[in-house]
Write a protein that binds this ligand. Structure first.
Ligand code: A3D
Length: 313
């Protein structure tokens, strides 16, 4: 009989709590909610609240709060949200000075205690943080991805569905590139169940939606004073589920590029197939010339912040 899976959530804040709730409701396995020693009791309290919520709702997952890496030993999946989120007026790149030492300490803990886990990084600035995690742990690229594309694509899908007057269920959309204001919503891959979106939404509306998608994270930070957490958690759980259940879903994910799309030694969002082998395939789309130019611009931004991380000791 196969044993229950273990999902370690590094960071027990807003996204960490929602991740735990989703893993519990989908019965993907047992959860370890890890945070720094100063927040160990907070993590323990949140875990207990969630387990009691499971008792109300009828979910059996064990949820443990901790600040001891030993409790993460043998985790099948690690989802990393450790770090600070944006405040109004900040860019994601503004977080690098605080979040770089945090991702390094997380990488050291993970390398020692759960080196074989499939890792999904969420901490910002996303592409640079996932790059640094992989570099420090020395893990194979199949096992280390960044979550951003699923979330950015969902924002794009929502705005398009509302404008077209159709269900979000029928929207197929993809946002590639770095997780920044020059991310690349790929119109050529966007349909309503196979019908090109350009048949249903006028060009000026599409342009406005692309702009809103690019600023989608900032719109929420401006309203709430902190980052989004429901949709980011759902997006990461979709990726974790595809790995744990070998679903082989094709999801936009930040992945280490070795020549794909013409980029090397860089993490950036592209379509990948996630299954039991982790990143099983990177799918190369035939992008239009415009889309290639937008991807190049986005890659340049990602390279800039990645270089900052690479040169910082
Ligand atoms: P928050 O609610 O502040 O939770 C972060 C938690 O990380 C806090 O409880 C911290 O104590 C904890 N932490 C700090 N250092 C460590 C450490 N060394 N080890 C373990 N835990 C630590 O933030 P949040 O959950 O809202 O956001 C977390 C991160 O996700 C931020 O960097 C956000 O910018 C980022 N984020 C990314 C996306 C993407 O789409 C990529 C979306 C939304 C938020």
């Amino acid at each position: 009989m196969s044993k229950r899976k273990k999902i370690a959530l590094i960071g027990a804040g807003n996204i960490g709590g929602e991740l735990a709730a989703l893993v519990q409701r989908k019965d993907l396995g047992d959860v370890v909610l890890f945070d720094i020693p100063q927040k160990a009791n907070f993590a323990k309290g949140k875990a207990l609240d969630l387990e009691q919520n499971g008792a109300v709702l009828g979910y059996d997952a064990r949820i443990t709060g901790t600040s001891d890496w030993k409790d993460c030993a043998g985790a099948d999946v690690l989802i990393i949200t450790a770090g600070i989120p944006r405040k109004p007026g900040q860019s994601r790149d503004d977080l690098v000075a605080t979040n770089l030492p945090i991702i390094r300490s997380v990488a050291d803990g993970a390398k020692e205690h759960c080196p074989d886990a499939f890792v999904i990084v969420i901490s910002n600035p996303l592409d640079a943080m996932v790059y640094e995690y992989k570099r420090r742990v020395g893990a194979p690229r199949e096992k280390v991805v960044g979550m951003a594309g699923v979330l950015d694509s969902a924002r794009f899908q929502l705005f398009l569905a509302r404008e077209a007057g159709v269900s979000v269920k029928d929207l197929r959309a993809m946002v590639l590139g770095g997780h920044g204001d020059d991310m690349v919503p790929v119109l050529s891959a966007c349909t309503v169940n196979g019908v090109p979106i350009t048949k249903l939404v006028a060009k000026d509306k599409l342009d406005a939606i692309i702009e809103r998608t690019r600023k989608g994270g900032g719109e929420i930070v401006g309203l709430m004073g902190t980052s989004a957490y429901y949709a980011p958690a759902s997006a990461a759980v979709a990726m974790a589920e595809s790995y744990l259940l070998d679903q082989k879903r094709l999801l936009a994910s930040a992945v280490y590029l070795s020549g794909e799309y013409g980029y090397n030694d860089l993490y950036m969002g592209v379509p990948v197939i996630i299954g039991a082998g982790g990143v099983e395939k990177i799918v190369e789309l035939d992008l239009s010339e415009d889309e290639k130019a937008m991807l190049a611009k986005s890659a340049k931004s990602v390279q800039g912040i990645t270089d900052v991380v690479k040169s910082s000791t």
